[in-house]
Ligand binder design. Structure first.
Ligand code: NAD
Length: 449
């Protein structure tokens, strides 16, 4: 499969093109068909409209968020808002949940298209009493429902902030407000106290001076990740199999990065990679395990090779590489490990026992390693993409493809850049409080929700 540009893969959604045309809009409305809105995506120099910010009594996040809005030059005055942000951290029992209704009921209609709803709270596991934990857990029902109600390309998320981590929220608030999070909705994000939260000197180039490794960078989502990390300032080492050497070189040239040809499953691959990183760069700050394969068959028809190869590329090779980089001290303190899981690893998928096992394993890897790595200030997180417009999904049977595209709150597939932007947010030096998270980039897909 040749790499295709984002624009051309987006254009492959003929129905969305039709629904956004003059005559198409009328037909879609008359027949009550899904109307995929044009999503607001990040462009350098992006300016955000006013944000309406409020708080339940006793909220501890209102002032920090107000400071972030001020620093970002975002106004709080307006009639229509690019975002509604509510600090619910002061809610300590179920009767206090009424504050959410009191805020969203009068203001829901003033949210502009491609708007953002962000509710901030306290993780139930960090609450002081069962009543507080119950109320905080209840908020998830509100934000997930708002994601389905707001429409017109708007998103809604719940951000749980552990007490003491109030100073660690800036990268997340900026990411969620911006067009970078266009296809992320209905998510629950946890921010904990961090040993190191380093706000970048320039928020448009937060990865300046960082060295990033991206596996599977020759095409599809990996190529988009390499481009976005480079745009944000990182020096990128793109890795892919030798057979994809030409496409890999093209990506690397495009972003002034370097290309490294390696089959991750080859004998001795982790040590060869570590030698390469050590020799050329001395260290790596960001590792994105994106390379992945599918070998679909129901388990009764699946030969052992299909099982073994998928588990090896998608999961075991990540473990081996992490281990070597850590053992040899090549992953810098404050480093970022980022995996690419899948909603198939959350929901399961017919014909994908091998793939879903490997992707659920990526989630397990993130959750089990986060506390171990925390001591060194290294974070580990994963994205779980839903239906993303890539050459891989373009090959799906038409009915399955249409179902995947439409069965989400955005009524359309995401783009590789949407996955890449989410990874760049995890990678930020200001995201030191984010570890052990699995964030879906799925437009709030109905699958596995
Ligand atoms: P893709 O097949 O277009 O790209 C994967 C890249 O990984 C290829 O360039 C391939 O050569 C490389 N690769 C495979 N095996 C390798 C190995 N042994 N060593 C080095 N490189 C290797 O796939 P994509 O659609 O861009 O997917 C990227 C990641 O996102 C994968 O992990 C995939 O499982 C995941 N994902 C994709 C979607 C989607 O909708 N496209 C959805 C969920 C998850």
């Amino acid at each position: 499969m040749a790499a295709r540009s984002e624009a051309s893969t987006a254009m492959s959604d003929g129905y969305a093109r039709f629904a956004n045309s003059g005559p198409g809009r009328a037909v879609v409305k008359r027949l009550g068909l899904p109307a995929p809105p044009r999503l607001r995506r990040f462009k350098p120099g992006e300016e955000l409209g006013p944000v309406l910010l409020d708080s339940a009594p006793g909220g501890r996040l209102f002032e920090p968020v107000r400071g972030i809005l001020k620093a970002a030059g975002i106004s709080e005055e307006g009639e229509r808002y690019s975002a509604l942000v509510f600090d619910a951290s002061g809610i300590t029992d179920s009767t206090g949940l009424r504050a959410l209704y009191d805020f969203f009921h009068p203001n829901a209609r003033s949210l502009a298209g491609s708007g953002r709803v962000i509710v901030l709270g306290t993780p139930p596991e960090a609450c002081e009493s069962p009543r507080e934990a119950t109320a905080q857990r209840a908020i998830e029902g509100l934000t997930r429902s708002l994601g389905k109600e707001v429409g017109r390309g708007s998103t809604a998320q719940l951000v749980y902030v552990t007490p003491g981590a109030e100073g660690a929220v800036e990268s997340t608030v900026r990411f969620l407000l911006s067009g970078r999070s266009a296809y992320v909705s209905g998510q629950v994000i946890r921010i904990g106290p961090a040993t190191a939260v380093n706000p970048p000197a320039d928020w448009e180039h937060p990865l300046d001076g960082k060295v990033a490794l991206v596996t599977g960078a020759a095409r599809g989502i990996g190529a988009a990740i390499a481009k976005v990390l480079a745009r944000d300032g990182a020096q990128v080492i793109g890795l892919d199999v030798p057979a994809a050497g030409d496409a890999l070189a093209a990506v690397a040239n495009d972003i002034r990065g370097t290309a490294y040809q390696l089959d991750l499953t080859a004998a001795g691959a982790p040590d060869r990679l570590a030698d390469h990183i050590g020799g050329r760069h001395g260290r790596v700050d960001i590792v994105v395990h994106n390379a992945g394969i599918t070998r679909d068959k129901t388990i009764a028809r699946m030969d052992a090779d299909r099982w073994d190869s998928v588990l090896d590329v998608n999961l075991s090779s990540q473990e081996r590489i992490n281990e070597v980089l850590l053992d040899r001290g090549l992953l810098a303190d404050g480093g970022r490990l980022i995996g690419v899981a899948s909603i198939a690893g959350i929901a399961g998928n017919r014909g994908q026992t091998n793939y879903a096992t490997s992707k659920a394993g990526v989630i397990g890897l993130v959750q089990s390693m986060a506390p171990v790595l925390a001591e060194r200030g290294i974070t580990i997180n994963a994205v779980a993409p839903g239906f993303i417009e890539t050459p891989m999904t373009a090959k799906m049977p038409v009915m399955l493809r249409e179902a995947g595209r439409r069965m989400n709150s955005m009524a359309q597939g995401g783009l590789p850049v949407d996955v890449a932007e989410t990874i760049a947010w995890f990678a930020s030096p200001a995201s030191g409080g984010i570890t052990g998270n699995v964030v879906r980039v799925c437009g709030q897909s109905l699958l596995g929700a």
